[in-house]
Design a protein around this ligand. Structure first.
Ligand SMILES: Cc1cc2nc3c(=O)[nH]c(=O)nc-3n(C[C@H](O)[C@H](O)[C@H](O)COP(=O)(O)OP(=O)(O)OC[C@H]3O[C@@H](n4cnc5c(N)ncnc54)[C@H](O)[C@@H]3O)c2cc1C
Length: 268
């Protein structure tokens, strides 16, 4: 084992029947099989909203969040419709001076039971997309937001009620379009912000695989389990339907077995 190692690129310099080349920040390797398990953590997604660069306060992403205490007494706009945003709002309640929740779509609350069947259904829907070579969607698009008692209380108190999405950022706040303000029929409304907390999710960390041209015209990588349609020497664990703690663990095991079978075959 060698670590720490950053993989800069995986290329097919030796043709489709030769080994893959793995270029890292320390050395270059040749590999008959590469198991890629690079997750999403290194690719936080920051949406572009006009004026973002003019904001004078602090902007941070889920990736950078350490403690609600750092935001004590501040006006915080939390952006994003997923579990991270909901958890931040709950943690900031009574800590921040004021929170405002901004989401592109109404929050997808669900009271479906949080059980094995629900989990299997989520995985099936994500798998359908990756089998079709479509890009993976946000986690919440597949899971919804399972309603807990705490969430219900948050909705009732107004804490977990989205203001919709702002369309502009100013040096000291965010601007919601007319009609979405607290007062009905209001014109565009600026909400003061000291902090914008982007809980806008992550994308698969696969930039280093770009030289392999894995993406389909639909925009995603076509996978069946850990198998990649365009590159048989590569196995993807923790991508698509296996991008969860449990899924990545299972996929890692499957990928390791598949890799062991392949390297057991004599090289061409
Ligand atoms: C904020 C957040 C909350 C989550 N919460 C849950 C949850 O509650 N339950 C759940 O099931 N899932 C959750 N997930 C999904 C999460 O993806 C999985 O739980 C799990 O961490 C995936 O494991 P992994 O090993 O595939 O990837 P990761 O844990 O992301 O590990 C990938 C590793 O690859 C490294 N890496 C990336 N690029 C390179 C490169 N080019 N070269 C070398 N190394 C590289 C990274 O540094 C990292 O060490 C969450 C994800 C996020 C971002």
């Amino acid at each position: 084992m060698r670590r720490p190692v950053r993989v800069d690129a995986v290329t097919s310099d030796h043709g489709p029947d030769g080994p893959l080349t793995v270029r890292t920040d320390t050395a270059t390797y040749r590999a008959r099989v590469v198991i890629n398990a690079t997750g999403t953590w290194d690719r936080p997604y920051w949406p572009h909203i006009p004026g973002r660069e003019t904001f004078a306060g602090r902007q941070l992403h889920t990736h950078d969040f350490r403690s609600a205490d750092e935001l004590r007494g501040l006006d915080v706009v939390v952006v994003g419709g997923g579990t991270s945003a909901v958890q931040f709002l709950l943690q900031l309640d009574g800590v921040a001076a004021r929170t405002t929740w901004a989401t592109r779509r109404p929050p997808q609350w669900t009271d479906a039971p949080f059980d094995t069947e629900w989990g299997a259904d989520v995985e099936r829907r994500v798998r359908e997309r990756t089998l079709a070579g479509l890009p993976t969607l946000s986690v919440v698009a597949a899971t919804g937001l399972p309603l807990t008692q705490e969430y219900r209380r948050g909705i009732a108190s107004g804490l977990l009620v989205s203001r919709g999405m702002f369309t502009r950022i100013t040096p000291d706040g965010v601007v919601f379009p007319p009609g979405t303000g607290a007062s009905p029929g209001s014109t565009a409304e600026t909400v003061h912000a000291d902090v914008i907390l982007w809980a806008t999710g992550f994308r698969p960390s696969v930039d280093h695989l770009a030289p392999l041209h894995l993406h389909e015209p639909g925009g995603g990588i076509r996978t069946d389990g850990t198998l990649v349609a365009r590159e048989p020497r590569l196995l993807l664990a923790g991508y698509g339907a296996s991008a969860s703690t449990l899924g990545a663990t299972r996929a890692g095991r499957r990928a390791a077995r598949a890799a062991a079978r392949r390297v057991a075959k004599p090289a061409l």
